[in-house]
Design a binder for this molecule. Structure first.
Ligand SMILES: Nc1ncnc2c1ncn2[C@@H]1O[C@H](COP(=O)(O)OP(=O)(O)OP(=O)(O)O)[C@@H](O)[C@H]1O
Ligand SMILES: [Mg+2]
Length: 463
């Protein structure tokens, strides 16, 4: 199987912002259409408001230019209807000579701009250009706010759980990146969710329907990584009997996840940098570069800046990758998430095993929240799996000496108190009364402690 060289890029170019132009007079419509098309713009010309409305949904990518005086629904009616469908749509009105009052009123009613007849074609092109720029920014912002291509569903929130401030912030960061084509570097200890984050980003991006290809750079011997990543032609080296796609080509249109990137040998780091910069890959034994359209997400357990300082990681590759860096904190730095994470992982494990979800006493949750998890969320997930299978009846090891020894006594007591309160709130679905009773506190004391630790009961309510 061989792929065509120079395959076309699969992602669409910058989305065009068509100009919906409405005028009942054919001569004026044609003149305007011509002027706009000469300026390289895409035009949808309509002879009536009803014809134009067929194009206007909430996500119409372009802008509207309409004459005011038309038989049937006039331009003001059309504008009102268009703005009710999308209040941010830029509308340019064309007024008759001397209709100044009408023009002023229409600006108040939400028109973006107006042109008075007769107007010079250049004025039209200029006004349209400004409106299109505004439209582009509006749509870009919407996309970033939604963080997803399909608004409504939330692939990032569904995968990367945790209500702590740090996780909320990381999800917001991921949503912002999902709407762009930026490459991403994810750093974090083992089991902190680097791959979960990478997959969530992919699922929330416009590339979601294309492949997500994961390569573990540490799992392959150095001499194999190169052909694994870049592919090879038949006869490129002894044993290469057939041509083979590399992972880069497999991921075309989608996301390539380069896990444990720090273990890539220096020589390959240079080649990787070249591929990422050129956005083209050349198979071993070939002279033809294949164009690539993909997002690269790299992950590392080690701090790559430190690795670069030590001379084991190329600084130029680091700078190319760390335009956006996501740092996943160890679970101990977000212990308030442990109870809800555990319950979510337990439920998922029970569902997979086809077993009922066990009840977890609040005291067990608080013990889990207080202990050390060197394997982070993965270790927590394994504990949840054992409990779901009935292998561990809710007992958990007590805090390890390391956990107790880190920081001052006051620090670790505060952390313990916070985890205990969070666990109790989680166990009682955010009910304050049940929680202060379980903790043997007064209502006021619980309030004060929640405030001190930045805990919000809403975060513990059951959905
Ligand atoms: N925020 C989270 N919400 C839900 N589950 C999570 C979260 N983070 C991690 N997990 C769970 O923990 C497991 C380990 O996460 P993941 O594989 O992403 O870790 P990692 O950082 O890539 O670790 P390693 O460096 O060891 O490969 C996942 O399979 C997932 O079940
Ligand atoms: Mg991983």
């Amino acid at each position: 199987m061989t792929a065509p060289a120079h395959a076309p890029a699969t992602a669409p170019a910058k989305a065009p912002a068509p100009v919906l132009f409405v005028d009942d007079e054919a001569a004026l419509r044609h003149a305007a259409t011509q002027a706009l098309m000469l300026a390289g713009l895409e035009v949808i010309a309509c002879a009536s408001a009803s014809e134009a409305l067929a194009h206007l949904g909430g996500d119409f990518p372009g802008i509207l230019v309409t004459d005011i005086r038309m038989p049937g629904m006039d331009g003001l009616g059309l504008m009102a209807e268009a703005l009710s469908r999308d209040p941010e749509l830029p509308v340019i009105l064309i007024t008759g000579h001397g209709d100044v009052d009408l023009a002023v009123q229409s600006m108040r009613d939400g028109a973006y701009d107006f042109l008075e007849k007769p107007y010079a074609p250049a004025r039209l092109v200029e006004a349209v250009g400004r409106a299109q720029e505004k439209r582009r920014l509006t749509l870009e912002n919407r996309r970033l706010r939604a963080g997803t291509v399909a608004p409504g569903d939330d692939p990032i929130g569904a995968r990367l759980l945790g209500r702590s401030e740090v996780m909320t912030g990381l999800r917001a960061q991921l949503r912002a990146v999902a709407g762009t084509d930026a490459d991403l570097l994810i750093e974090g200890e083992t089991g902190t969710g680097k791959e979960v984050a990478a997959r969530a980003l992919h699922a929330a991006s416009a590339r979601a329907e294309r492949p997500f290809v994961a390569v573990n750079c540490a799992a392959l011997p150095a001499e194999l990584i190169e052909s694994e990543l870049f592919g090879h032609e038949a006869g490129a080296f002894p044993g290469a009997t057939r041509a083979r796609y590399g992972k880069f080509e497999h991921a075309r249109g989608g996301t390539l996840f380069l896990d444990e990137i720090d273990s890539l040998p220096m020589g390959l780091q240079a080649k990787l940098l070249h591929v990422i910069e050129e956005r083209a890959v050349t198979r071993l034994g070939s002279n033809d570069a294949v164009a690539l359209d993909l997002r690269v997400v790299a992950a590392s357990k080690r701090d790559l800046t430190a690795a670069a300082a030590e001379g084991t990681f190329r600084p130029d590759l680091l700078y190319r990758l760390n335009v956006v860096t996501l740092r996943l904190p160890p679970l101990s730095a977000r212990s308030e998430d442990i109870p809800m994470l555990f319950l979510a992982l337990l439920e998922a494990a029970a569902r997979r095993a086809g077993r009922p979800v066990p009840e977890v006493p609040g005291a067990v949750l608080s013990r889990l929240a207080a202990r050390n998890w060197p394997g982070n969320v993965r270790e927590l997930r394994n504990a949840a799996e054992r409990m779901a299978l009935g292998l561990e009846a809710g007992s958990a090891p007590t805090p390890t000496p390391e956990a107790a020894a880190s920081g001052t006594l006051a620090d670790s007591m505060a952390a313990h108190e916070k985890a205990l309160i969070a666990a109790t709130l989680a166990a009682h679905g955010g009910s304050l009364k049940a929680s202060y009773e379980a903790l043997g506190l007064s209502r006021k004391a619980l309030y004060e402690k929640m405030q001190k630790h930045g805990l919000n009961r809403d975060a513990f309510r059951e959905e």
